[in-house]
Design a protein around this ligand. Structure first.
Ligand code: FAD
Ligand code: 2HG
Ligand code: ZN
Length: 490
C-alpha cells in the first residue's frame, strides 16, 4: 500500500521547509538528522512491508530535551510526526502515511536505574526489550514481557502498543507492571510521571493514558517497570491434541494442576505448523517437528518456578492426568535449555513464516474461548467455498488459513497467508471477521493495537460514546492533531 492507494487524504499540515531543517540542525547532532533516501527507506516501510510512507526527514534525538524542542517546533508549525521505536508493529502504526516526520527513539537507549530489592527498573524508551531482559537476567530478574520481536522492539514501543506477548497469563498486562512513565507532550511540555511506587492513589493515574496510546498523545521517553525474579526452574512441554474441545479442557486442567507455576499456555493448529515447516524448506532449512504426527492442535506449556523437583512433580502429574483423560495424545518435554529454545522457536516463528508467500492478512482478536477456532474454520470454509483457497491448486490467491495464539489470554491470531493481495479475498474476510467478533463481544485488536490498519474497524469493538471520549482525550493532548495522524482514532 502507498499513499496514492490509501483511503485517506493528507491532512491540512504544513510542509517541511529549509527553515525547519535549519532549526533542527541548530540543536541536533548532524548524524541524528537524516534526509537521504536510503536512510528514509527503512523507516518509511513497516516490518510486514505492507505500509509505505514518504517521509523526507528522520530525527533521532539523544535526550528528552531534544524530543521536547522537536515537538514544540512541530506543534507551533503544525508539522505532522510519527514516533518510531523498533518498527516491529503489525498494524501500520509506526510508519508515516504521507510525509510525516519520523522521530526515532533509538538513541534514547540508557538503562537509568534499578532497585535490586523491589525489582523496579527505569529505562529510556529506546532500550531494546531483549537488552533489558538480558541485563536483568544477569541480576536475577526478568522483564515481565516477552515476545517474538524482542531483538528489535523497544520498551517505549511495547508500552505505546500495550504489547501482550507470551507470558501475560503469568505476569499480567503492562497496565499493571508499568509503574511510571515520562513523556513529551505535543506542545513540548514534559509529563514527569516516572514514579516507581506500586501504590499511589493521589488522583487520576495519568500514565495509564500513555499505555496503548500508539504515539497519539505524546512521545514516551522513559519507563519504570516492576520486574519479577528470574525463575530457577523452567520447563517447556509440547503436546498434541485431537480436538479443540480437548485444548479447552487441558487449559482448565493446567490451571488447576500447575497453579502458580504456569507461565504460558499457547496453542497452534496444524496449518500453522505446516506453514513454518514450508517456510524453513523454502530457505533450504529443515527442522524436526516437535511431534512425529501432525496433530490438529498442539500446545506449548511453560512452567516457571523456584524448585525444580516440585515443578517437575506437578508437571508430570498434570501430564499423566491429561493423558489418562485422553485429552493429550502425544507430547514431549524439553530436556535442556537448547530444547526449550527450539520448541519456543516453532511457536515464535509462525508470525514471520506466515508472510513468506506474498502477503498476509493478520487478525489479532479476543474472543470467548469456546468459539475461538470457529472463526478460523468459518474463514477457511468461506475461502474454499469461493474458490480462493485450495490445498492442491497453487494458482489460488490464498496459500493457507492458520490460527495460533495466546489461548491462556483469550487471544487468537488468525493469519490468512496469500500469494497476492486481492480484492476478492479481502471481501471474503471483511467485514465477516469483524462481524463475527462483534457478535461474540470480542475485540478487533487484542494486543497489536489499532494503528492505521484497524481504525475503520473500531466500531465493532467500541460503541460511539467510547470512541467520542477517546477522540476528546486525543484532542485535549494534541489540539493540532500532529501526533501520528490517520491512525488510532478517526
Ligand atoms: P513500533 O513498531 O516502532 O511502534 C508501534 C507504535 O507505537 C506506533 O504507533 C508508534 O508510533 C508508537 N511508538 C513507538 N515508540 C513510541 C514511543 N516511545 N512513544 C510513543 N509512541 C511510540 N505484539 C504483542 O503484543 N504480542 C506479541 O506476542 C507480539 N509478537 C510479535 C512478534 C513479531 C515477530 C513481530 C514483528 C511483532 C510482534 N508484536 C507482538 C507486535 C508488537 O506491537 C511489537 O513487536 C512491539 O510492541 C512494538 O514495539 P516497537 O518498538 O517495534 O514499536
Ligand atoms: C505472536 O503471538 C505475535 O506471535 C504475532 O503476536 C502474531 O503475526 C501475528 O499475527
Ligand atoms: Zn501474539
Amino acid at each position: 500500500f502507498t499513499a496514492d492507494k490509501y483511503p485517506v487524504k493528507r491532512g491540512n499540515y504544513s510542509e517541511l521547509n529549509a527553515e525547519d531543517i535549519k532549526y533542527f540542525e541548530s540543536f541536533l547532532n548532524s548524524k541524528d538528522l537524516l534526509t537521504d533516501k536510503k536512510d528514509l527507506d527503512a523507516v518509511n516501510v513497516d516490518w510486514m512491508q505492507k505500509y509505505r510512507g514518504q517521509s523526507k526527514l528522520l530525527l533521532k534525538p539523544r535526550s528528552v530535551s531534544e524530543v521536547s524542542k522537536i515537538l514544540k517546533h512541530c506543534h507551533d508549525r503544525k508539522l505532522a510526526v510519527v514516533p518510531q521505536g523498533g518498527n516491529t508493529g503489525l498494524v501500520g502504526g509506526s510508519v508515516p502515511v504521507f510525509d510525516e516526520i519520523v522521530i526515532s527513539l533509538a538513541n534514547l537507549n540508557k538503562i537509568r536505574k534499578f532497585d535490586d530489592v523491589s525489582g523496579t527498573l527505569t529505562v529510556d524508551a529506546g532500550v531494546i526489550l531483549q537488552t533489558a531482559d538480558e541485563w536483568l537476567r544477569e541480576r536475577g530478574y526478568i522483564f515481565p514481557l516477552d515476545l517474538g520481536a524482542k531483538g528489535s522492539c523497544q520498551i517505549g514501543g511495547n508500552v505505546a502498543t500495550n504489547a501482550g506477548g507470551l507470558r501475560l497469563l503469568r505476569y499480567g498486562s503492562l497496565h499493571g507492571t508499568v509503574l511510571g512513565i515520562e513523556a513529551v507532550l505535543p506542545n513540548g511540555d514534559i509529563f514527569n510521571g516516572l514514579s516507581t511506587l506500586r501504590k499511589d492513589n493521589t488522583g487520576l493515574d495519568l500514565k495509564q493514558l500513555f499505555i496503548g496510546s500508539e504515539g497519539s498523545i505524546g512521545i514516551i521517553t522513559g519507563v519504570s517497570v516492576l520486574c519479577p525474579p528470574k525463575s530457577n526452574s523452567v520447563n517447556v512441554a509440547w503436546l498434541g491434541l485431537d480436538s479443540y474441545e480437548a485444548v479447552q479442557k487441558t487449559f482448565k486442567l493446567a490451571k488447576n494442576a500447575l497453579g502458580e507455576i504456569l507461565s504460558s499456555f499457547e496453542c497452534v493448529d496444524r496449518a500453522s505448523m505446516e506453514v513454518v515447516d514450508a517456510a524453513l524448506k523454502k530457505h533450504d532449512m529443515e527442522a524436526q517437528q516437535p511431534l512425529e504426527s501432525m496433530h490438529p492442535y498442539q500446545i506449548l506449556i511453560e512452567t516457571s518456578g523456584s524448585n525444580s523437583e516440585h515443578d517437575e512433580q506437578k508437571l508430570n502429574a498434570f501430564l499423566e492426568n491429561s493423558m489418562e483423560n485422553e485429552l493429550v495424545v502425544d507430547g514431549v518435554v524439553a530436556q535442556d535449555e537448547g530444547q526449550i529454545q527450539a520448541l519456543w522457536q516453532w511457536r515464535e516463528g509462525i508470525s514471520e513464516s506466515s508472510g513468506k508467500w506474498g502477503g498476509v492478512y493478520k487478525y489479532d482478536v479476543s474472543l470467548p474461548l469456546p468459539v475461538m477456532w470457529d472463526l478460523v474454520k468459518a474463514v477457511e470454509n468461506r475461502l474454499i467455498e469461493r474458490n480462493l483457497q485450495s490445498k492442491t491448486d497453487s494458482t489460488k490467491p490464498v496459500y493457507a488459513t492458520i490460527g495460533y495464539g495466546h489461548i491462556g489470554d483469550g487471544n487468537l491470531h488468525l493469519n490468512v497467508c496469500v500469494r497476492e493481495y486481492t480484492k476478492e479475498v479481502e471481501d471474503v474476510l471483511e467485514p465477516f471477521v469483524f462481524e463475527f467478533i462483534a457478535k461474540h463481544n470480542g475485540s478487533v485488536s487484542a494486543e497489536h493495537g489499532v494503528g492505521f490498519q484497524k481504525v475503520h474497524a473500531l466500531q465493532y469493538s467500541k460503541d460511539a460514546g467510547a470512541l467520542k471520549l477517546i477522540k476528546e482525550v486525543k484532542n485535549m493532548f494534541d489540539p493540532h492533531g500532529i501526533m501520528n495522524p490517520y491512525k488510532f482514532i478517526e
